[in-house]
Design a protein around this ligand. Structure first.
Ligand code: FAD
Length: 462
């Protein structure tokens, strides 16, 4: 293709002089089409996304973010914000517009006395775990360590500590952000509380978060890992998983997944983490471990950052991905049968279907207390098509869509914002649920022109 250039929304090229002017007040790296690092800089986790930004502004400091926002406003540019680059729909990138790239802003500072962690907006989960673990602390984040805290936190954030300590967004004490008018604001319970509400689950709609202040918890070593059963045991394993989780303690979070083992054997896995005291952990994990005849029981005590990386190899950088997900109210026998039948039709060994139950502390916050509206929506079913050969794209996406459609009659009508790919406006609205009108009102107040629109977008209220 021809080298893309930086263009305004209505297709006018931005003059080189303007870009030179931008550079003068920018302390990070400006990466343009044709530069040596351009192709690497426009690559994200999902290789299915192939976009050509007109300019990538890799920020080194908060002031760079504010400068980039003001520049984009003045020149009416399309803007994408890149955190960890793990949004499956590729919202971190745009064509011909400006990418505000936070991937060089990954600093983490832990205050062990206050049990807090100040984390820059482009950090990955691994960056946070590495620093907090030094003090025997952990922030509740997600389950794949290369994911960005930015998108994950703004979308809610579910992971191994969700039932004990809540969603990631429930553990944010304050956000520092640059809003659409280029101002730098703090959002916390005391300052701009309406914005604080919206940022806890409202996605990237309200500004670029330059840093998060998180509450950290005393979690150092956990009992966790994988239990793998033969695939023909999928039905019984899922029924047992449902039974165990109905009375599981908050310390135990477990997911069940249709996977293929590294040596190519279709299997049914339970992956679990107990963050509590050792004897309690052994006791709570026992029903999962003693069920049936697992091919593998790799449950063991491990440092929490190791638990956080157990699934990394299953989601390598540079594969092709298409995800669907929905909440289902009940993991009924009918749904289990449907899952067993459809999951067996997956044609890529990298594809998976994962059933996740949250609850616990996440449920003890009201649906309207933060922007995250799906606390009581049931089990999330993530359908993750992943493959390595581009010509196979249609086959694998059709499989994911087929299962998603089959699940529709069982859907609770809720969706997990963080797992949405390229979905229509209706699905995004349903993910925000009853909070949408308030979010739209706040969007009108903080971003009336919908400057931040490459996200799970909220239309500003009329
Ligand atoms: P990006 O693609 O960089 O950004 C995603 C969106 O967030 C974009 O709209 C972007 O503009 C916005 N954004 C990012 N950073 C900022 C910021 N600092 N300020 C303002 N806007 C920002 N989710 C979970 O909740 N739990 C999980 O366990 C989990 N596991 C995952 C595993 C894998 C392999 C993948 C691919 C995704 C997973 N997710 C999980 C989903 C993930 O949380 C979302 O895809 C999230 O958007 C990723 O954030 P990111 O910063 O890496 O993404």
């Amino acid at each position: 293709m021809n080298m893309p250039s930086l263009e305004s929304r209505d297709g006018l090229a931005i003059a080189d002089g303007r870009i030179a002017e931008f550079r003068r007040a920018f302390s990070g790296d400006v990466i343009l089409p044709g530069d040596a690092g351009y192709d690497a800089a426009r690559r994200i986790w999902n290789a299915s996304i192939d976009r050509y930004p007109g300019m990538i502004a890799r920020c080194a400091a908060d002031a760079d973010v504010a400068h980039a926002v003001r520049f984009a406003r003045a020149d009416d540019l399309v803007v994408a914000v890149r955190g960890g680059g793990h949004n499956v729909g590729g919202r971190a990138l745009c064509d011909r517009g400006l990418v505000i790239d936070l991937s060089a802003m990954r600093g983490v500072r832990v205050d062990p006395d206050r049990r807090t962690a100040r984390v820059q907006g482009g950090a990955t989960l691994a960056d946070v775990d590495r620093e907090t673990h030094r003090f025997g602390l952990a922030v509740p984040l997600g389950v794949v360590s290369r994911t960005g805290v930015g998108g994950l936190t703004l979308g809610g954030g579910v992971g191994w500590l969700v039932r004990k300590y809540g969603l990631t967004c429930d553990n944010v004490l304050s956000f520092e952000l640059v809003t659409a008018d280029g101002r730098t604001l703090t959002a916390s319970a005391e300052e701009n509380p309406d914005l604080f509400w919206a940022l806890r689950g409202g996605g990237g709609n309200f500004g670029v978060v330059t840093s998060f202040l998180y509450r950290a918890h005393p979690v150092s070593t956990v009992l966790g890992g994988l239990i793998v059963h033969a695939r023909d045991q999928a039905g019984p394993v899922l029924r047992h998983y449902r039974h165990v989780m109905q009375s599981a303690p908050d310390e135990l979070t477990a997911y069940a997944g249709f996977i293929t083992t590294p040596d190519g054997v279709p299997a049914m896995a339970v992956i679990a983490c107990h963050c509590g005291e050792e004897a309690e952990a052994e006791r709570a994990m026992r029903p999962l471990r003693e069920f049936g005849h697992p091919l593998l029981d790799a449950i063991q005590r491990m440092p929490f950052p190791t638990m956080q990386q157990l699934l990394d190899d299953a989601f390598p950088d540079g594969t092709y991905n298409y995800w669907k997900s929905t909440f289902i109210r009940d993991l009924s026998d009918e749904v289990i049968d449907l899952l067993v039948e459809h999951a067996s039709r997956a044609r890529s060994p990298l594809s998976a279907v994962v059933i996740e139950l949250y609850g616990g502390a996440a449920d003890r916050v009201g649906d309207a207390d933060t922007a995250f509206a799906q606390r009581r929506a049931g089990y999330d079913v993530g359908i993750m098509a992943q493959w390595t050969e581009p010509p196979e794209t249609d086959e694998h996406t059709a499989w994911a869509r087929g299962l998603s459609q089959a699940l529709e009659p069982h859907s609770s009508g809720g969706y997990l914002l963080n797992f949405l790919g390229e979905e229509g406006e209706d699905t995004v609205r349903r993910a925000f649920g009853g909070n949408y009108p308030r979010l739209a009102e706040l969007k009108r107040r903080y971003d009336p022109t919908n400057f931040f629109r490459l996200n799970q977008n909220i239309q500003p209220a009329a």
